[in-house]
Design a protein around this ligand. Structure first.
Ligand code: ATP
Ligand code: MG
Length: 346
């Protein structure tokens, strides 16, 4: 074996992507690599044999810096370096090697670049700040919903009173606008706080009729045929009624927005007792979804609509998945698309 072909300690230290300084029992520098020398602003070659504490002090490290205290006292330290010491965020640590009698045989000072770590720390801080803003926004939206419901209720009363009057149309427009605001608020609130579903036995047939009633006017106004066909023997399904109301509403609304006049929307529901799953399907005869965006439709804020927010399907998926179910969307063989929700029945 050719001994001279073996790398020296200095060569090894140079290729390690860390700043490293090795010292002996007297705290004298045995080796110090270029990276560490650069960071403390000294010339690495001249320091061999020098007191490592002195080397750091010369580099501008204040005498009370934890790294110097650790080196003096023989303790192990890991922590950030003050910016004066290093031109970029970095971390230092000290590691002592003990001899057989428990005394100090020497040790290592290691420095590593913490720029990536700092980026991540900043990202976490930003995310926390955003989360707080999100919570504030959610609280504000929650408060907006109450007065909104009062206005909606009064407008509905007025609509009944003024049936046939000239401005009945204005009331319809106002009610539709409020419906839209309400649905947006609900989506945002769901986004901020998806909530654990409160499952209770629910009559799907009733729920489907309730949701259909909300879009009935718009569907017939657009000249779309709407067929709701829950299986006749549907057993009650355990689900969070309020959350599923939102799911069906979002899916139906999408179908309604996609289907042209003269088209058809079909909503079906069945329970497969053998598989222990309920299946709800909404089919439309709209243009369907382009293959290249099919993967994105569940992403938050993905929308192809001028006035869309792109939260509808995202919220649907989080609700269905919180129920242990699955939601799929795909194009029908002829035209339009189909949304299928599979929900395990407990
Ligand atoms: N029935 C459908 N037919 C065709 N495209 C659809 C259908 N349902 C959803 N999409 C596509 O998926 C996208 C995302 O739908 P999603 O409901 O999440 O948001 P949106 O309807 O655009 O906005 P909103 O937040 O108001 O619901 C839509 O913009 C549309 O491109
Ligand atoms: Mg939508």
């Amino acid at each position: 074996m050719n001994i001279s072909a073996e790398p020296s300690m200095q060569q090894i230290l140079e290729v390690i992507p860390l700043g490293i300084g090795v010292f002996n029992r007297k705290r004298q520098v045995v080796a110090l690599n270029t990276l560490l020398a650069k960071v403390i602003g000294i010339s690495g070659e001249e320091v061999a044999g020098q007191d490592i504490l002195e080397v750091f002090r010369e580099g501008g490290v204040p005498p009370d810096h934890p790294i110097l205290l650790a080196l003096k006292e023989g303790g192990n330290y890991t922590g950030p370096v003050t910016p004066i010491t290093s031109r970029f965020p970095s971390y230092f640590s000290t590691h002592f090697v003990k001899d057989e009698d428990g005394g100090i045989a020497g040790g290592l000072v290691i420095l590593w670049d913490a720029r990536r770590q700092q980026e991540l720390e900043n990202a976490v801080l930003r995310a926390e700040r955003l989360a707080i803003m999100g919570q504030l926004a959610a609280a504000a939206m929650h408060e907006i919903r109450n007065p909104l419901s009062s206005v909606q209720g009064i407008l509905q009363l007025l609509r009944r009173e003024v049936r046939g009057a000239r401005f009945q149309n204005y009331l319809e427009i106002m009610l539709n606008a409020l419906d839209r605001v309400n649905s947006l608020l609900t989506d945002y609130l769901r986004l901020a706080k998806p909530g654990i579903p409160r499952r209770e036995p629910c009559d799907l047939k009733e729920l489907m009729a309730e949701v259909a009633a909300l879009v009935e006017n718009e569907i017939s106004g657009k000249g779309i045929r709407f067929i709701s066909s829950p299986a006749p023997d549907l057993p009650p399904v355990a689900l969070d009624r309020e959350q599923f109301h939102q799911v069906l509403f979002n899916v139906l609304k999408n179908a309604l927005e996609a289907t042209p006049a003269g088209g058809e929307i079909r909503m079906e529901a069945s329970v497969d007792a053998g598989q222990g799953a309920a299946r709800i399907t909404v089919r439309d005869t709209g243009p369907g979804i382009a293959e290249e965006v099919l993967q994105q439709v569940f992403d938050p804020f993905f929308t192809t609509k001028e006035k869309g927010t792109g939260l509808g399907l995202y919220v649907c998926r989080s609700i269905v998945e919180n129920h242990g179910g699955e939601i799929r969307i795909g194009n029908n063989p002829d035209r339009g698309c189909a949304v299928e929700i599979i929900l395990p029945c407990k």
